[in-house]
Write a protein that binds this ligand. Sequence first.
Ligand code: PHE
Length: 473
Amino acid sequence: MSNERGKWGSSIGFVLAAAGSAIGLGNLWKFPYLAGKNGGGAFVLVYLSLIVILGFSLMLGEMAIGRRGKSDAYGSYNNIKKGWGVIGVLGILACFLIYSYYVVIAGWILKYIGIFVTGGLSGDPVNYFSDFIASGTSPIIYSFVVLVVTAAIVLKGVAGGIEKASKIMMPILFVFMLVIVVRSVTLPNASVGIKYFLKPDFSLITPQVVIAALGQVFFSLSLGMGVMVTYGSYLPSDTKLIKSAFYIPVLDTAIALLAGLAILPAVFSFGLEPTAGPGLIFITLPKVFSAMPFGNIFGIIFFLLVLFAALTSTISLLEVVVSFVVDQFKMDRKKATLLVSVLIGILAIPNSNSFGSMADVKVFFGMNFFDFLGYVTDNLLLPAGGLFLCIFIGFVWNRDEVKKEITNDGEIEFPMFSVWMIGVKYLGIQLLSLILLQAVGVQNTALVYALLTIFVVQILCGRLEGKRGVKTV
Ligand code: PHE
């Protein structure tokens, strides 16, 4: 089976596909509104620090697991250490659930391209948006179109489908992004927005901001969900993992920052509020476009770029699940893609209806379907996936083997290996435990005690490893 698995055609193809997974609605829709809501520059600063501290390290770790395990997210963990495949299963489940609501938002993007192509939005953008997302069949159809396009690409396999599509869409995305940024920052009074976005007010940095930023780092980099394991498993053994693990977060962060620069200055320039939340690009931006010369053209360019970003992400969400079905159940790729897409389509319906007929149907814990899935993935599955990833690299996978995999058996220098290991093994585990514990309601003193206990366990496990003769950091 293993020699039938797909392979990337080139390392640039892999970097573009992985960056394509990372760059998505998380950068273009979520990041600007999170920054807008959480104090602008303060949020951006915390976000950047966390990318540097954790983003690079975990990206490298995930890729290494995939390349060594040479299988889907479940199989890769299991091949390295029997029984640990369950970490991968968490990731696969997270991708499955995220895909089922991500596709709904991607469908809205498609609708907005249509709006601008046909002459722009008529009427009040607030009502237009809320009427559309509540309208039942229409948003569901749009999300199905995204599902079909994604499936058509994944069907064609790793090099012929995913890599090819990423090589076309990603460069266009970058160019379109630059067009929009130049337009936005040259508007009258744009500097107010630029300042808001980039100048940190340290008094606004609260624990809540840190938690929101950390969650966003994971979501935006597609970390802790088996994406980079799966994509890494299609890599040949001579790729330089460290280089790729560096480029992908850099590209992802660049696009997030550019998205902020594309949106916030324009919003301020037209005297609108940056705190609109999820409606920022669907409500606030159409107002901006309708007030600007050639606004419809800029609207088309903007929403097309968001669509490309979203598609390269939906491709990766689907691929993680398809790869699992293909590798573990020996199902043919076509059948697996079809099967998973149909299941996602079924789940997309209640997700979409959560903005209409099912808005008040409290499925679990007082939340509607969409909010519940968002809560479970963002607050539980994502940090749990990240935490187990750190535990696996730091305490389960043999340290020398990890080093061998990352350095291509000693061929590549990695003088920072020990620092990297400490980051994953101690800092990563502490930060992710913090998010996870507070998400399940542990607070204040109890939280401090819990983290201290975890720290003691970390030290003890580290010492035990030392006694067993495994060199520790
Ligand atoms: N990283 C993607 C984004 O920023 C979302 C995503 C999450 C994709 C998890 C794959 C897996 O939009």
